[in-house]
Design a protein around this ligand. Structure first.
Ligand code: HEC
Ligand code: HEC
Length: 262
């Protein structure tokens, strides 16, 4: 386990301490008041023929923020030792490349093809430093996944996986679009404010269980026909429960009042 993951590992108390530590460890670039221009070539690389190699794609779309050799800059963190899983996660979820240093990269349509992503993963790996490999995911146990999710993930992502606000305008996103490999990558890499869960905390089998359960959350949400409550997260659900309780109390008071008036 790298020093980096030790520093960011807070499995249970993640919501309380993980956010604070991850913020402290986060890139100073986020505070820099620069007005950057979008990276040259981002989004257009796919149309060039023949397909450019990882080095060229990196120079066009990543180096302006992460540096020619991946050492980082004012605008983006070092990529040395983040590992193939992190690069694959950021590119396959369309988080990277970002046009400017927004507070939190969002999921979007990927800019690069699968081949281009693989080439970029290899190029960033050539900077050295190791880091987590792209996980192999197998079908897991649904019930075990349900319990692991409730204990480790629901505090931030909500019991239904609908996502919830965290701190500082950042959110734990909804999990309905994540593929099983992306779920496993997020667990091992800990993107943004999410803590890293190394294999001492969650075994590969447990990650398979989680990935299977997260898929089920998506199906359950579709079954509900996109029930809007499911998308609001824990706080509004609490508010709704409160309103329902209040409604019952008012009804009871009225009933008692009527009886008293009879
Ligand atoms: C406009 C600047 C910018 C560009 C261009 C950019 N990035 Fe980033 N990148 C960032 C910032 C800022 C972060 C930190 C985001 C956060 O707060 O989570 C980041 C995070 C990452 C991470 C996660 C690092 C970690 O510590 O886990 C990876 C991997 C990454 N970028 C890869 C890439 C690749 C590959 C490209 C090119 C295809 C790219 N980025 C283009 C600014 C940039
Ligand atoms: C401390 C809060 C926190 C905890 C606990 C947490 N996450 Fe996250 N998670 C986040 C945040 C924040 C992001 C967005 C990262 C970014 O800024 O790019 C995220 C992103 C993700 C994504 C990417 C979603 C997408 O579609 O792009 C997946 C998948 C994910 N988390 C799964 C999990 C699983 C599974 C667990 C439990 C093992 C977990 N998370 C625990 C905060 C958390």
């Amino acid at each position: 386990m790298s020093e980096r993951s030790e520093r960011r590992w807070h499995p249970r108390r993640a919501c309380v301490f993980g956010a604070v530590l991850a913020l402290a460890a986060g890139p100073a670039a986020l505070a820099a008041p620069t007005t950057p221009s979008p990276p040259a070539g981002a989004g257009t690389a796919a149309t060039a023929a023949p397909t450019p190699g990882g080095e060229q794609l990196y120079r066009q779309s990543c180096a302006s923020c992460h540096g020619e050799q991946g050492r980082g800059s004012q605008r983006g963190p070092s990529l040395i030792g983040v590992g193939p899983a992190s690069v694959d996660f950021q590119l396959s979820t369309g988080r990277m490349p970002i046009a400017d240093e927004k507070p939190q990269p969002r999921r979007a349509e990927p800019v690069f093809s699968a081949d281009e992503i693989a080439a970029l993963v290899d190029h960033v790996a050539s900077f050295g430093g190791g880091g987590p490999q792209i996980p192999q995911v197998a079908p897991g146990n649904l019930q075990a996944g349900r319990e692991l999710f409730a204990a480790n993930c629901a505090p931030c992502h909500g019991a239904t996986g609908a996502g919830a606000p965290l701190t500082d305008g950042r959110t734990a996103p909804a999990l309905y679009d994540a593929t099983p490999v992306q779920v496993a990558e997020a667990v091992r890499v800990g993107p943004g404010l999410m803590p890293v869960f190394p294999s001492q905390v969650l075994t590969d089998q447990q990650v398979d269980d989680l990935a299977t359960y997260v898929r089920r959350l998506r199906d359950e949400r579709l079954d509900r026909g996109g029930n809007p409550l499911g998308r609001l997260g824990p706080l509004p659900e609490g508010v709704v429960a409160w309103i329902v309780t209040l409604g019952l109390l008012v009804t009871a008071a009225r009933w008692l009042g009527r009886r008293a008036g009879q």
